[in-house]
Design a binder for this molecule. Structure first.
Ligand code: AMP
Length: 665
């Protein structure tokens, strides 16, 4: 059985970790960083690039480089706000109203889940490389305020990446797990989690390893990116006023602007003012145009007032729902890169009077929590118990379009809740169960999670048939709904996946395509790797040959030099050949030849340290080397192929070697 890892699948960055020697640790990526940018791109050659590699092509290849995908996952097009869709790449709604992302290079449109799955796959690959073992399941975190569709879509992404999801864990809960890990005191904790694209607030009671989530609230379309957009708009408007050019219409300029805005924002977390410089941002009839703007905290804060207001309400709601007062809260844990913004920190202080806890790293705390949860599941970590809640109310649409709530928000999970419903018309033979999630009294204003029909209800007057509808939420917060006709016992049930952007068929086809692609990619990669290794070896061999002619002169190690030259030629001949085996064989021959030459260097060094031997060597280096006993003992040429070669030239036995009599001069 493979290992289990914890994954923080962030809007901006993702992190993977594992329990090692009883402690949660973060695994560095293959690029050596502890976080991986949640970015996926395609190159001109249609090759997929992920993480840092994708980030590097953001400016030059904005149409084929996709970020902020988490904001689209499991969402319908009409649920997205303006700032989420103003990205330099093409996002559109398909005929079902699901979000699709387009890559001109591959000529394909992708469901966000599909692209997110490649980020998960990269994290898993990095973990497998680190562990030297396979990983087959993971705990993946999601914003607490993610609805059913968004959770299901995250799970679909993991399935597409070829792993099982052991648990979908709420990000603030994960942060609290990390915060409370190994703490024995009893605390009421508020987790304020503002990342790149989402905002969550959760209240928990932690006592002696038991984590009780009391309330949660948030906004899945609010994060650091909104702050960046404010700065982008500010610069773009100024520029437009001056030159009558809207830079937001130029993808490359928009990408450069966004990067500069984010950089300025981060700088202002430590400094009072900064400069935004973007030379050669565009051109007009007068030539190239540049941006050079002074930017300070005061301007930044004035631009973002409405965003601060949007942060206020969820905190207030969560505190009210928990039944606590702000002054009851013992500790505030800040999570997510955007909590480094001073005005955000100030705002938190006005809501809860305590100074925020500084002992956790906001970039890694969620991943560490996911790892702890994976440790609880695998049994590596004991004496911890997590009681999570459902973030949004779940119910169904009743006659007149009203929402009947079966499971109110902030109910501890897992949970099962049922109620009895009846028909609204006489002789009605079927009922439609329309499942919805949200807090609005009018059903149509809440998110539709799917619907199904229970038919075969025997004819009866209105209100007589009894249909029992049950909602089951598992520990991952995933919902199953069933309806049973009490008279006939007929039952219909559905696992909610309706809001996910992909249906089962699409998922299966993507998985098989990915499998096919994976072996193709592996083949391509191994051809490239083999060629690169061969080229490196040739370069080494050529250098060694140059060293050899300096050291021994043209004839000093003629046989070995010649062997290397021939082997180089062979490798070069097979370099562009399609036959990988021939190339491999020629490479190993070159390695052997090089080894022989290196032995020659070593032998000469040994002789150099012995002056008498040195004289002998001057006369008969080749002979000495070929027939001295200690050379033969571990001669790399002493394999079958080379002994044949030797035997052909010199006869079968060393005893009748023609050189033998001359061995001592
Ligand atoms: P996360 O999703 O937790 O990785 O957070 C990423 C977000 O944090 C991005 O929007 C970053 O721009 C933002 N961020 C990171 N560092 C800082 C900083 N020093 N000041 C302000 N925002 C930051």
């Amino acid at each position: 059985m493979g290992q289990i890892v914890g994954i923080d699948l962030g809007t901006t960055n993702s992190v993977v970790g594992v329990v090692e020697a009883g402690r949660p640790i973060v695994i560095a990526s293959s690029e050596g960083t502890r976080t991986t940018p949640s970015i996926v791109g395609f190159t001109k050659d249609k090759e997929i690039v992920i993480g840092d590699q994708a980030r590097r092509q953001l400016v030059l290849n904005p149409k084929n480089t996709f970020y902020n995908l988490k904001r689209f996952i499991g969402c319908d097009w009409d649920e997205l706000d303006e700032s989420s869709i103003s990205v330099p790449y093409n996002v559109k709604a398909n005929e079902k109203g699901n979000v699709r992302v387009l890559s001109p290079f591959t000529g394909r449109e992708y469901a966000p889940e599909e692209l997110v799955s490649s980020i998960i796959r990269k994290l898993i690959n990095d973990a497998e490389t680190y562990l030297g073992d396979t990983v087959d399941s993971a705990v993946i975190t999601v914003p607490a305020y993610f609805n059913e569709s968004q959770r299901q879509a995250t799970k679909d992404s993991a399935i597409l990446a070829g792993i099982k999801v052991d648990r979908i864990l709420n990000e603030p809960t994960a942060a609290a797990l990390a915060y409370g890990f190994e703490k024995s005191s009893s605390n009421k904790v508020l987790v304020f989690d503002l990342g790149g694209g989402t905002f969550d607030v959760s209240l928990l009671k932690i006592s002696n390893g038991v984590f009780d989530v009391k309330a949660t609230c948030g906004d899945t379309q609010l994060g650091g990116n909104n702050f960046d957009s404010k700065i982008v708009d500010w610069i773009a408007e100024k520029f437009k006023k001056k030159y009558n050019i809207d830079l937001r219409r130029d993808r490359q300029a928009l990408q450069r602007l966004t990067e500069a805005a984010e950089k300025a924002k981060c700088e202002l977390s430590g400094l009072q003012k900064t400069k935004i410089s973007l030379p050669f941002i565009t051109t007009n009839n007068d030539g190239p145009l540049h941006i050079e703007e002074d930017f300070d905290r005061k301007i930044f804060e004035s631009l973002c007032q409405d965003l601060l207001d949007r942060l206020l309400e969820p905190v207030q709601i969560a505190i009210d729902d928990s039944g606590w007062q702000a002054q009851d809260i013992d500790e505030v844990v800040l999570v997510g890169g955007s909590t480094r913004i001073p005005m955000v920190q100030q705002l938190v202080k006005t809501l809860v009077p305590n100074d925020p806890c500084q002992s956790v790293n906001p970039d890694e705390v969620v991943a560490i929590g996911a790892v702890i949860q994976s440790g609880i599941i695998s049994g590596d970590l004991r004496d911890l118990l997590l009681n999570d809640i459902t973030p949004l109310s779940l119910g169904l649409e009743t006659i007149g379009g009203l929402m009947k709530v079966l499971i109110p928000r902030n109910t501890p999970i897992p949970v099962r809740q049922s109620d009895v419903f009846s028909t609204s018309e006489s002789n009605q033979s079927s009922v439609v169960v329309q499942v919805r999630q949200g807090e609005r009294p009018l059903a149509s204003e809440n998110k539709s999670l799917g619907k199904f029909r229970l038919s075969g209800i025997p004819p009866a007057p209105r209100g007589i048939p009894q249909v029992q509808v049950a909602f089951d939420i598992d520990a991952n917060g995933l919902l199953e709904v069933s309806a049973t006709d009490r008279t006939t016992g007929r039952k219909q049930s559905v696992t909610i996946s309706g809001g996910s952007n992909l249906n089962e068929e699409e998922i299966n086809s993507i998985i098989s395509e990915a499998k096919l692609k994976a072996s193709e990619d592996r083949k391509k990669r191994s051809v490239i790797d083999r060629k690169n290794n061969a080229l490196t070896l040739i370069a080494q061999a050529e250098k060694r040959l140059r060293d050899a002619s300096l050291e021994f002169g043209p004839y000093g190690a003629e046989r070995q030099q010649r062997a290397v030259e021939i082997a180089i030629q062979d490798v070069e001949d097979f370099l562009d050949d399609d036959d990988p085996q021939e190339l491999e064989l020629s490479v190993s021959s070159l390695q052997e030849a090089l080894f022989g030459l290196n032995r020659k260097f070593a032998a000469v060094k040994k002789v150099d340290n012995n002056p008498l031997q040195g004289i002998k060597n001057t006369f008969g280096s080749l002979k000495d080397e070929l027939f001295s006993d200690d050379y033969w003992d571990d001669d790399p040429w002493d394999n079958e192929m080379n002994s044949n070669y030797r035997n052909k030239r010199y006869g079968n036995s060393r005893d009748d070697d023609p050189w033998d009599n001359d061995y001592f001069l």
